[in-house]
Design a protein around this ligand. Structure first.
Ligand code: AMP
Ligand code: MG
Length: 321
């Protein structure tokens, strides 16, 4: 994306002001996830938060349309969390606002044999947004500096080099290319829940037959490594939060707070881009003239149709009977 000379602001863009600035990891700051309250509400109540989230979703819908018609940039939303942290719930919430025509969700599991044979960013690059698109990553390249360290799947030195590779990769995304001139904007959210909250959510899954399919042996195994996960994520967030691709630590024990923070950050970010609709490809004056000519030609009292339409009862339930 085009930056003006000595400042980090995009040309023509507004000053970016985050309502939840406290959640943003300042570039270069050291994060200690253990010291961050997963229940923080910043004075919001559930009722007010839900109302504001509703407003944010309406605004996201408008802004996404601008992004889509403008077709100059992409938005990549990265979600990382411990199991039950709320990645799926966040996708459902954002999905209420996003037009599916311009949205994709990419989920990253344990790499397949084919993926293992490639560079760790290979499968990530394949899923990047095209111009005008919003893509949500359910897990991401941050697994390649997270879980791989916890289980010692990749040596520490290699992971250390990966932080630099990721920063260079995300910086390049922001710079753009011929097919995406204003670049790919990256917003990264770590949904921060407590170990206790995770246990409560496992309990919900156990007790609710509709959620039992989500249970996995692996979740309990990973839970044993909680402290190591907090450590590797703290390191990744400290090393890889940049102006181009900031990390946000979202207090996620309360789902309403999680939805509020994420929807607000997305609105704040997109608003600051000051997107403009593209210039019309037709002569609007000429089309306007044609329109009014057509209106003037319409008979004021059209004659009744020869075969009046039969009365039909109103449709119910999306027209399904
Ligand atoms: P889930 O999202 O619960 O279906 O679990 C997906 C699993 O895949 C998680 O345990 C992730 O840590 C794991 N996973 C994702 N990416 C990688 C990766 N690059 N290397 C190893 N494991 C991964
Ligand atoms: Mg899981």
């Amino acid at each position: 994306m085009k930056k003006c000379g000595d400042c980090k602001k995009e040309k023509g863009a507004k000053e970016r002001v985050y309502t939840f600035k406290k959640c943003m990891v300042k570039p270069g700051a050291k994060v200690d996830l253990d010291a961050i309250d997963t229940k923080e509400t910043y004075g919001w109540t559930k009722r007010r938060a839900r109302v504001q989230t509703g407003r944010n979703l309406e605004r996201i819908a408008e802004l996404q349309e601008q992004l889509y018609v403008e077709k100059k940039r992409g938005l990549l939303i990265v979600l990382q969390a411990m199991d039950t942290g709320g990645k799926d719930g966040t996708i459902r919430t954002l999905g209420k606002a996003l037009n599916p025509a311009g949205t994709r969700v990419a989920t990253f599991k344990k790499p397949t044999d084919e993926e293992q044979e490639h560079h760790f960013l290979w499968r990530i690059i394949k899923q990047l947004p095209k111009a005008g698109e919003v893509v949500i990553f359910n897990r991401s390249h941050y697994e390649d500096v997270g879980v791989v360290r916890v289980h010692d799947l990749v040596p520490e030195e290699e992971v250390r080099a990966r932080y630099d590779e990721i920063n260079a990769f995300e910086e390049k995304l922001a710079q753009g290319a011929a097919d995406i001139p204003e670049g790919t904007h990256v917003l990264k959210f770590f949904l921060h829940i407590s170990k206790k909250e995770q246990l409560a959510r496992f309990r919900d899954r156990l007790d609710d037959p509709a959620k039992q399919w989500k249970l996995s042996e692996n979740d309990f195994k990973e839970r044993q490594h909680w402290d190591e996960y907090m450590e590797v994520y703290s390191r990744a967030l400290s090393k890889c939060s940049t102006d181009d691709a900031p990390w946000f630590v979202v207090p996620a024990d309360n789902k309403w707070m999680r939805d509020l923070v994420i929807s607000q950050v997305v609105v704040d970010y997109l608003e600051a881009l000051s997107m403009k609709p593209p210039a019309p490809t037709v002569d609007v004056k000429d089309i306007r003239k044609k329109y009014f000519n057509d209106v003037a030609r319409r008979p004021q009292n059209p004659p009744p149709p020869e075969n009046p339409p039969r009365h039909r009862p109103p449709r119910q339930g999306f027209g399904l009977r």
